[in-house]
Design a protein around this ligand. Structure first.
Ligand code: ARG
Length: 707
């Protein structure tokens, strides 16, 4: 009954946190939320989520600082998504042994593959330290000093905790737009090894065509194992002597499935949402961030994919770069569509008008929260903000070409090596990373990016290298780039490049980098000139909302800390028709047939089609529908970073791994649309079925011991 009331309220406005929306921190989960969870058939006691060694939170990990994962065995086996393990899988792949294409199965501990730079973290503890920071004087700090102030406190607390236990780390982060601060303690494990991966045809089935879409058949999982120091049983750097981790808590895996309305809970690490963002901020997101992002990425991706399709070695090099770029290319297109179709900016503006009235009547933050000022501040930085996105998408980031990356780094003091006191001996050096990029691909991307950037931004935002291109190369980007490749020392890997020689200042690659750097500074200073004042106003706006809705539980925006979301399994209306809440083996076979007719994203090995064409899937068959379920939908509230999050049933048993959101609700980072927003998960029975039949991974299946 109470549920119904909640739902009615929820349908009325975008103002309130409502049943099944929300990314809740666990240690202070509001009682009202827990009560709703119970009504929706959550069976565990309140304390089972966070408190004690056996708490559900203890089997959930932050995977690598970009995804989530779950421990599923007493020997430290971790499930995450295939797209989260993607870079690890790729980095072990060569044309000769291509784990990306062919998959990978370790048949013993010895065969499990270590990964440089990969770690998992467990959250040990979290607490509210707002009052403590206040007592230290946080609120007396100017906005532009706040972050430094918080950093310095974090550093001090870090030292303190390390002295108690050297395996611990703390993080001090703002919540509720900086109205509150929580301190979180983590334990990191750095020896994480690859155990199992399906061929990409299955792990990324549907590719970019199906990404962010429903219905879905992607078998988006990969398996890793945590290794520890044999003596302490705790975290250690990689060593061949390390042994599998024996955690106190792991997630029981359930073969029991679900029906529509079944309780479903995700726990994981959502990266970032902007649910409190003002209407002006949303407009900036749409026009100065999303649009420049997808437009620039489209230009680069077209070139990348053409080269990847022509050459397997290039494909391996760019697989991750492409997937990463295209993921948010498509997301930002979808998000902008939703912002407009839902009318989010207008809705938010109406809500702000309501806050304004309430402010007038109560006097809350009078003279401080100022909507006209907020509008002016956003307007002032708009052009530069937009140009900055074009700039960073064209010349920066992981998808940048290698020469541009090196040119920018050459001008970054922090990579200088050698004798600090002797300028003559200071140098920079680029390692041979030729396995990561391809000359012809990069050159073409670089030329296209230069051309595109110029077409998009106001002339005052053009770095001065464009003058060189015009005056010396007749406006021909390709010629300029060929010249850079030929003349610059930057592309000579392994060479010490002394930075205080004349030849350094004269190096055309270094000059190119300087030119980029100068423009970057200009853009930054213009784009963030109002940043602090905006942050203050957005913080006030959030505070006003929280106060106005005091009697409602409110969650803080995602900030890559652990969050719980509860809800149910269930479908939605997709273009006016019921979407269905699960997909079947038949549906993937159908798509595979289209793959055979040339739809690249639906191509898969004949063995996959064979395995999924079976009449009988035995214990992996769903008891309610009599079908083999591949992926399923819930209304859990997730976002990027949640990938690999466990989906639990009401008993806290694992029924799936969250891996995506649906096209119809891509603006949910800004506004959670209860009717439309869905979490797409891969059914754990599909995962185990593939491990057993394709992978013949009996040792792992036994270890997991699903019931
Ligand atoms: N959209 C999903 C996510 O953000 C999957 C991304 C990887 N897949 C892809 N086709 N690029 O978690």
């Amino acid at each position: 009954m109470k549920k119904l009331l909640f739902t009615l309220l929820a349908a009325c406005s975008l103002t309130s946190a409502k049943a099944d929306e929300g990314m809740w921190t666990l240690y202070n989960l509001p009682n009202a939320v827990y009560e709703t969870m119970k009504q929706e058939n959550f069976e565990l006691p309140y304390n089972a989520l966070y408190y004690g060694e056996d708490a559900v939170k203890n089997c959930v990990v932050n995977f690598g600082g970009f995804c989530s994962g779950v421990v599923v065995s007493p020997d430290g086996l971790v499930f995450t998504n295939h797209h989260c393990g993607f870079e690890a899988i790729r980095s072990h792949s060569t044309v000769e042994h291509d784990y990306m294409l062919n998959g990978f199965v370790a048949n013993s501990y010895e065969e499990e593959l270590p990964n440089k730079r990969l770690f998992v973290s467990f959250m040990v503890e979290q607490k509210d330290v707002t009052a403590y920071l206040d007592s230290l004087g946080l609120n007396k700090q100017a906005q532009n000093k706040r972050a430094d102030f918080v950093d310095s406190v974090e550093n001090a607390l870090s030292k303190e905790i390390r002295q108690q236990d050297s395996t611990l780390r703390v993080e001090l982060k703002p919540y509720y737009e900086g109205n509150q601060y929580y301190l979180t303690t983590y334990r990191d494990f750095e020896d994480v090894r690859l155990v199992f991966a399906l061929p990409k045809s299955m792990g990324k089935f549907g590719g970019e065509t199906d990404n962010w879409m429903w219905p879905r058949q992607t078998c988006d999982f990969s398996v890793f194992r945590i290794y520890v120091d044999p003596k302490t049983g705790g975290p250690a750097k990689y060593s061949k002597d390390n042994v599998p981790y024996h955690p106190k808590k792991w997630a029981p895996v359930s073969l029991q499935g679900y029906v529509p309305g079944s309780f479903s809970m995700t726990i994981g690490y959502p990266g970032s949402t902007s649910r409190y963002l003002s209407s002006y901020g949303i407009k900036e997101r749409r026009d100065a961030q999303n649009e420049p992002m997808y437009k620039t990425r489209a230009v680069k991706q077209d070139i990348m994919i053409r080269h990847m399709r022509a050459d397997e070695a290039v494909r391996i090099k760019y697989d991750s770069k492409y997937a990463q770029s295209s993921n948010y290319w498509k997301n930002s297109i979808g998000m902008n569509k939703c912002i407009d179709s839902i009318g989010l900016i207008q809705q938010k503006a109406q809500f702000e008008a309501k806050i304004r009235q309430w402010q007038d009547s109560t006097g809350f933050l009078k003279g401080q929260l100022d909507f006209d000022l907020l509008a002016r501040l956003y307007a002032k930085q708009f052009k530069a903000r937009r140009a900055l996105t074009y700039f960073s998408e064209s010349f920066g980031g992981r998808s940048s070409d290698e020469l541009t990356r090196r040119a920018l780094r050459a001008n970054n003091g922090s990579v200088v090596k050698g004798d600090e006191k002797n300028p003559k001996k200071q140098y920079i050096e680029f390692k041979d990373n030729s396995a990561e990029w391809d000359g012809p691909t990069d050159r073409e991307i670089m030329a296209a990016a230069m051309k595109f950037y110029r077409e998009q931004v106001e002339p005052q935002y053009l770095p001065d290298f464009y003058q060189t291109v015009d005056s010396k190369f007749g406006g021909n980007y390709q010629q300029y780039i060929d010249y850079l490749y030929k003349k610059s020392q930057l592309m000579k890997s392994g060479k010490k490049i002394f930075i205080n020689k004349k030849s350094f200042q004269k190096d055309p690659g270094v000059q190119f980098g300087q030119s980029l750097n100068n423009m970057m500074m200009t853009l930054y200073s213009e784009a963030v000139a109002s940043y602090d004042s905006i942050a203050v106003q957005e913080r006030y706006l959030c505070a006003a909302k929280l106060r106005m809705e005091e009697d409602m539980p409110n969650y803080s925006d995602a900030n890559f800390t652990m969050r719980l979301s509860y809800g149910q399994v269930g479908e939605y209306l997709l273009a006016g028709k019921p979407s269905g809440y699960y997909t079947t083996a038949e549906s993937i076979v159908e798509k595979m047939n289209r793959g055979e007719q040339g739809v690249i994203d639906y191509e898969a090995e004949p063995i996959m089609k064979e395995l999924l064409s079976k009449k009988d899937f035995g214990k992996y068959t769903d008891k309610t529908t009599g079908k083999m379920h591949l992926c399923f939908l819930s209304n859990n509230d997730i976002t990027g970073g949640n990938s690999g999050s466990p989906m639990f049933n009401g008993k806290g048993e694992l029924i799936g791994l969250a891996f995506d959101g649906n096209w119809d609700s891509l603006s949910s980072d800004i506004f959670f649309d209860k009717q439309l927003a869905r979490c797409i998960g891969v059914d754990i029975r599909y995962v185990l079925y593939m491990m057993e039949t394709w992978g013949k991974a009996d040792r792992l299946i036994k270890e997991i011991g699903a019931k």
